[in-house]
Design a protein around this ligand. Structure first.
Ligand code: CAP
Ligand code: MG
Ligand code: MG
Length: 493
């Protein structure tokens, strides 16, 4: 949706209100913002008391590129070239479009650097009372500079021998407090129940009651046992977040030297609290490992009711640019966390496809200049990237997988798939598995059965007639709704 300012009289009046410095951060005559020189950003912006919307937008453009609150005598013609420019404004919807010369950014494909500009100081400025980064657009020439994902969901599904269904996962619960042996027991129960993928929870680290080296060793034993008994491959996503990079790498190396088969482990990183440098370090050091971005803390930026921050879509697009293999994108309101289809499903499709519609922009993740019509046509046709990536992987940025978690249980899998429209994701159900009245193994079986019901186009109620674990899950999760679920169903009725 690119809304042009209807009333140019109002725009003229706003432009007349600008001081000389603010004027230098506008470019309303920018003919083609998508000319390859600019990263584009759209913000929802409500000015503070002291300014009108365009004045505030220019202050934001200044502080998020080359400027500060005064013109400084050290500015040069070239530094002005690097100014971000307000190029479109929609006062009715409180939207501003800002073009960033992407040569502003650190040349080594550094995502942290971009975010320091566009959702850094500006979120704390007095000139705004609301500032939310809704969407960003990267030109193909810029995409070339960034790593993008290396080991993807396609590689994981190939390793697991999975086709046309999500990767079925869990998070070990209780979130914390199990010894390493107890932790591994729960992994084993989930895997022999038919589950594919187990992740550490986001705070799992080297707690004295569950030392990291013992946890790794015990998980390996549990995995070997489960693989032997089921004849199926399994994956464990280890949280490698740590106090410093050396310790993070030490944990990665400990896992890699514990005898795990390539593809049977992923590295989980608390991307918000551990930071983007950790995410990109993992991507660059371990291109053959699934890099799993847990987004604990993102709510401070992305909750719909927060006037200041960025959207789930923006967070997810930068995760793909940074080379994340999969990031939590939310359950579109089906689970326990806030979120909506508009937000979570848009983000999920954006990081999966080669050409995807965001909130404001259509993003092509192909690195081919948009003048190369035949390839772009191919890109549009081939959203599953088969042709492009197998032949010329440089031509497109690989997919980043939505990881869908947070309050899901076997009765909510189909409702989520119906919203998502495909099964190209990983789902991880914690309580949804371990709260099952007959325990973890039954919880895993119920999850597998709910997937089988979906594949057989049967309702879970129908399928539960011949699958007792699913039957017990339906009874339990429909009867024992959480307070939130009760409130939500009351709202709906
Ligand atoms: C889910 C979870 C995940 C959240 C993250 C938790 O547990 O392990 O961290 O899902 O939310 O700690 O709550 P349950 P999101 O399955 O028991 O809810 O995926 O939205 O980032
Ligand atoms: Mg500064
Ligand atoms: Mg968790």
């Amino acid at each position: 949706m690119e809304v042009k300012m209807k009333n140019s009289k109002e725009l003229d009046k706003l432009i007349k209100s600008l001081n000389e410095k603010q004027l230098r951060y506008t470019k309303f005559d920018l003919k083609n913002p998508k000319n390859g020189e600019y990263m584009l950003a759209v913000f929802h912006l409500v000015p503070g008391k002291s300014m009108n919307m365009l004045q505030a937008a220019c202050e934001i453009a200044a502080e998020s590129s080359t400027g500060t609150n005064f013109t400084v005598l050290t500015e040069t013609d070239f530094s002005h070239e690097m100014n971000a420019r307000v190029y479109q404004i929609d006062t009715k919807n409180e939207l501003v479009w800002i073009a960033y010369p992407w040569r502003l950014f650190d040349r080594v494909g550094n995502v942290q650097n971009i975010l320091t500009y566009i959702i850094g100081n500006v979120l704390g400025m007095k000139e705004i009372s609301a500032l939310k980064l809704l969407d960003v657009w990267f030109p193909e020439s810029m995409i070339e500079q960034y790593d993008g994902p290396s080991y993807t969901l396609d590689d994981m599904k190939k390793y697991l021998g999975i086709k046309n269904r999500p990767v079925l996962g869990t998070i070990i619960k209780p979130k914390m407090g199990l010894t390493s042996a107890e932790y591994a027991e729960v992994c084993y129960d989930f895997w022999v129940g038919g589950g594919d993928f187990v992740k550490n929870d986001e705070p799992q680290a080297n707690q004295d009651f569950c030392p990291y080296d013992k946890m790794v060793k015990n998980v390996k034993e549990a995995m070997d046992k489960a693989v032997k008994e089921t004849g199926k491959k399994k994956v464990h996503s280890f949280n490698v977040s740590a106090a410093d990079f050396d310790t993070m790498i030490e944990r990665c190396e400990m896992i890699r030297n514990a005898g795990f088969e390539k593809g049977s482990y992923a590295f989980l990183i608390d991307g918000i609290t551990a930071g983007w440098m950790a995410v990109q370090t993992l991507r660059r050091r371990y291109p053959d490992v699934f890099i799993h971005f847990h987004r604990a803390g993102h709510g401070a930026f992305t909750r719909p009711e927060n006037p200041i921050g960025c959207t789930v879509l923006v967070l997810s697009k930068f995760a793909r640019l940074a080379g994340t293999s999969g990031i939590h994108t939310g359950t579109a309101g089906v689970g326990k966390m806030t979120g909506s289809p508009e937000e979570d499903i848009t983000a999920a499709h954006e990081i999966l496809d080669l050409v995807a519609k965001g909130h404001m922009f259509e993003q092509s993740w192909s690195k081919v200049p948009s003048t190369d019509k035949d390839v772009l046509k191919l890109v549009k046709e081939d959203s599953a990237h088969k042709v492009i990536l197998e032949k010329d992987s440089w031509r497109g940025m690989k997919k980043c997988a939505p990881i869908v978690s947070g309050g899901l249980n076997p009765t909510l899998l189909k409702p989520f798939i119906d919203l998502m429209g495909n099964t190209d994701f990983i789902t991880t159900m914690g309580a949804g598995c371990h709260a099952h009245p007959d325990g973890t193994r039954a919880g895993a079986m119920a999850l597998v059965q709910s997937m089988e019901a979906y594949q057989k186009k049967k309702s879970i109620e129908e399928y539960a007639k011949t699958h007792k674990e699913l039957k017990r899950a339906i009874e339990f999760f429909t009867k024992n709704k959480t307070a939130i679920q009760k409130a939500e169903s009351a709202e709906r009725s």
